[in-house]
Design a binder for this molecule. Structure first.
Ligand code: FE
Ligand code: FE
Ligand code: ZN
Length: 277
C-alpha cells in the first residue's frame, strides 16, 4: 500500500486538511502543529477532529505526520529557547492525543557552536523529559542536510540521540530524501547502499516516514533547498526508487516540494503511477 500525501496548511483545521488531501489524491498528509516561525497554537476543536478521524477511517488514510515548528530547538545554547522547546513540545504531545497513534516530526536541533556531542546530549535530555510511556504518539527525528550547526545530518548522530532515549518505542526517524542527499548519501544512484547503511547504523525498524523531495543542489552540498519532483538533482527515477524500495514500503511518504495544491496533485498522481504495488 502506498501512503502518499504532502504538507498541508493547518489554518482551517483537521476536517479541512482531510478534505483537501482527498481532493488531491492523498491518503496521508503533514501539517504544522503551530505557527512554524512563531509559537502560537490554535485551540483544538474536538468536533473538527472527530469529523476528520471519521473521514480518515472511512478513506483508509495512513498515519499522518505533525511537524514541530522550526523555532523549536531542543539543543540551543539559550535557556530561553530550550524552555520554549520544552513547553511547545509538551503542549504538542498533549494535543496530539486528540489524534492518537500518529507521528510528530522534529528537527533534532542546531547546537550553535556548542558542538554536536553536546547538542546530541541536550536533545536526548529534552526527549527524555517529554516522552511519557502512556503517549500514543511516536516522535520522529528528521534526517537533516547538515546545514550550519544542525545535528542529525548523519545516521550516526541520529543513532547517538536514539541510544540515549529511554523509551525507545516512542522514537523513530523520518528520512528526508533531499536532506540525506545534501548530507552526502547517494540517494540518486545507490539507494540500496543508503538503506543498508541506515539499517546498519540506526536499524530499519526505526524508519517510520519519508519526506519525498527532490534537491536543488548536488549530493553533499549541505544546502537544504527542496525542488519539485524531477526538477532537481535526484530526478523522478530516484524518487520512484524510494517509494518502491522494500525498506520504505507501507510508511507515509510526504511531499514537501515547492508547490501549490495543483502541483501536489500532479506529483501524487505521478508517484502513484510509478508505484509498483
Ligand atoms: Fe522538516
Ligand atoms: Fe523534511
Ligand atoms: Zn528541508
Amino acid at each position: 500500500m502506498l501512503y502518499i500525501g504532502c504538507h498541508l496548511s493547518s489554518s482551517k483545521g483537521f476536517e479541512a486538511m482531510g478534505k483537501t488531501a482527498l481532493e488531491i489524491g492523498a491518503n496521508t498528509f503533514q501539517f504544522f502543529t503551530r505557527n512554524p516561525r512563531g509559537g502560537k497554537a490554535k485551540a483544538i476543536d474536538e468536533e473538527d477532529v472527530k469529523r476528520f478521524l471519521k473521514t480518515a477511517e472511512r478513506e483508509g488514510f495512513g498515519r499522518i505526520v505533525a511537524h514541530a515548528p522550526y523555532t523549536l530547538n531542543p539543543c540551543s545554547a539559550s535557556e530561553k529557547v530550550r524552555n520554549f522547546a520544552f513547553t511547545a513540545m509538551e503542549d504538542d504531545m498533549r494535543r496530539m492525543e486528540y489524534i492518537p497513534g500518529n507521528y510528530y516530526n522534529l528537527h533534532p536541533g542546531s547546537h550553535v557552536g556548542q558542538g554536536a556531542e553536546r547538542g546530541i546530549e541536550m536533545t536526548a535530555e529534552l526527549l527524555n523529559r517529554i516522552i511519557k510511556p502512556s503517549q500514543s504518539t511516536v516522535i520522529l527525528l528528521e534526517t537533516m542536510a547538515g546545514k550550519g550547526s544542525e545535528i542529525g545530518g548523519t545516521f550516526e548522530e541520529l543513532k547517538a540521540i536514539i541510544e540515549r532515549v529511554e523509551i525507545k518505542e516512542k522514537i523513530g526517524v523520518c528520512l528526508d530524501t533531499c536532506h540525506i542527499s545534501d548530507g552526502g548519501y547517494n540517494v540518486k544512484d545507490d539507494l540500496d547502499s543508503v538503506a543498508e547503511e541506515f539499517d546498519r547504523v540506526i536499524g530499519l525498524d526505526y524508519l517510520k516516514a519519508v519526506h519525498i523531495n527532490d534537491s536543488l543542489n548536488p549530493q553533499g552540498s549541505h544546502k537544504d533547498r527542496h525542488a519539485p519532483i524531477g526538477k532537481g538533482t535526484l530526478g523522478t527515477g530516484a524518487i520512484a526508487a524510494v517509494i518502491n524500495h522494500p525498506s520504505f514500503r507501507g510508511i507515509p511518504c510526504i511531499l514537501e516540494t515547492p508547490n501549490d495544491l495543483e502541483g501536489y496533485a500532479r506529483e501524487i498522481k505521478l508517484l502513484k503511477e510509478a508505484y509498483r504495488g
